[in-house]
Design a protein around this ligand. Structure first.
Ligand code: GLY
Length: 383
């Protein structure tokens, strides 16, 4: 795909962000119907809404007149009550929704919000488990136990590494490292595929069972489990270049993805759903893998990273050509939606997560982030 095509896709996504901003008057977007682009909102953003705030920071960078910084700040203010919730997943929202505002614009409100959430995550670390458990408020199933973990909980780490750099506090780094090590040890299988979840003994941290909250089965590979593993190992490789373990893990789990993704580069929602090819894709998992691949390319440098930059570019091109809604006046769907996201097909999902073919706000964030990098708006390795 040429540079001008990336720019056109970025423009289409900006139009969708502007349209979402106009309708998001009482909450933050979670997912939208593919048929007409209508959003389901949550009042405080759930674990997903920080992705929209992240889009607004990037949109401000792209077009400050059309997207004043007050848009991002107003959206972030909706998330503030979440900073103290007991959930490992707030690392996702407060990295993209808050730390990003500090990284890109030295925004003080964003920095304070991100540091508050990071401090609370630090306090959630459980030495007996050797990790940060999902937490009693985790937005995963209707209830999770006190000693439940998942690969998704790596979402805590990007925020902790950033906060540790801001505050010069070694303890936050040590907690992020310990959490990374233990979560990867439990959930990355010997063949480099990833299982989503685990239940631990609360006294000893021993793994009692591995399972899945959102994948097809306890022995399958859910697309976003692999996606989150790739994203956060690649992110850690990028921000902690002296630690070879994160690079090694990132190469292992991303190479697994590259070897198993269909030839059209868009993952099914679960790599082992027996109904393939008659089942859902997950463009969100795919966008996560593309954004992660750019991080790993940055961590490895121009020569060793070329394979991953190329993979990211080809994946983004497929998402744009096959799943990003075009500008067609007679189409009921707004232009710039990333369709084909599957929250989960698991029957036990929360009611607000039962979307099989939707625009998922975090999938759109990662495609937009990748386009921001590929168009030169943001330097690779900066976010
Ligand atoms: N728990 C994060 C996800 O659903 O991808």
């Amino acid at each position: 795909m040429s540079g001008s095509n990336y720019l056109c896709a970025r423009e289409r996504m900006l139009a969708r962000i502007a349209q979402t901003r106009e309708t998001a008057k009482a909450g933050l977007p979670h997912w939208a119907r593919t048929t007409d682009g209508k959003w389901t909102f949550t009042p405080d953003g759930d674990w997903t809404g920080g992705a929209f705030v992240g889009q607004l920071w990037l949109a401000h960078l792209a077009d400050p007149q059309r997207f004043p910084i007050s848009d991002a700040r107003a959206a972030l203010s909706r998330m503030l009550p979440r900073a103290q919730l007991r959930t490992a997943f707030k690392g996702f929202g407060f990295y993209h929704g808050a730390a990003l505002g500090s990284i890109l614009f030295a925004d003080e409100m964003a920095r304070d919000a991100a540091l508050t959430a990071a401090r609370s995550l630090e306090q959630m670390f459980d030495p007996k488990l050797g990790l940060i458990p999902l937490g009693q408020d985790a937005e995963e199933a209707n209830a999770v136990g006190t000693a439940e973990s998942s690969i998704d909980s790596l979402q805590a780490t990007g925020l902790l590494y950033w906060a540790s750099d801001q505050l010069g506090e070694q303890r936050m780094d040590e907690i992020a490292n310990a959490h990374m090590r233990k979560v990867l040890e439990i959930h990355v299988r010997p063949d480099n595929s990833v299982i989503q979840s685990s239940t631990l003994d609360p006294q000893t941290g021993k793994v009692l069972r591995t399972h899945t909250h959102k994948g097809y089965s306890d022995v399958s590979t859910w697309g976003r489990a692999q996606g989150w593993a790739i994203l956060y190992t690649a992110h850690a490789a990028m921000v902690r270049p002296k630690e070879p373990l994160w690079r090694e893990y990132a190469v292992r789990v991303l190479d697994w993805w590259i070897d198993h993704v269909p030839t059209d580069l868009v993952a099914y929602w679960d790599f082992d759903d027996p109904a393939i090819p008659n089942t859902s894709r997950d463009t969100a998992a795919t966008a996560i893998a593309a954004a992660a691949s750019l991080r790993l390319a940055s961590a490895l440098g121009a020569t060793a990273g070329a394979k991953y930059r190329d993979f990211a570019e080809r994946t983004v091109a497929k998402l744009v050509s096959e799943y990003l809604t075009p500008v067609v006046p007679s189409d009921e769907r707004p232009p710039g939606m990333l369709t084909g996201g599957c929250f989960t097909r698991k029957a036990l999902a929360r009611d607000i997560d039962t979307a099989h073919d939707a625009e998922l706000i975090f999938g759109s964030y990662f495609l937009f982030e990748a386009l921001a990098i590929l168009t030169g708006l943001v330097t690779m390795g900066r976010i």
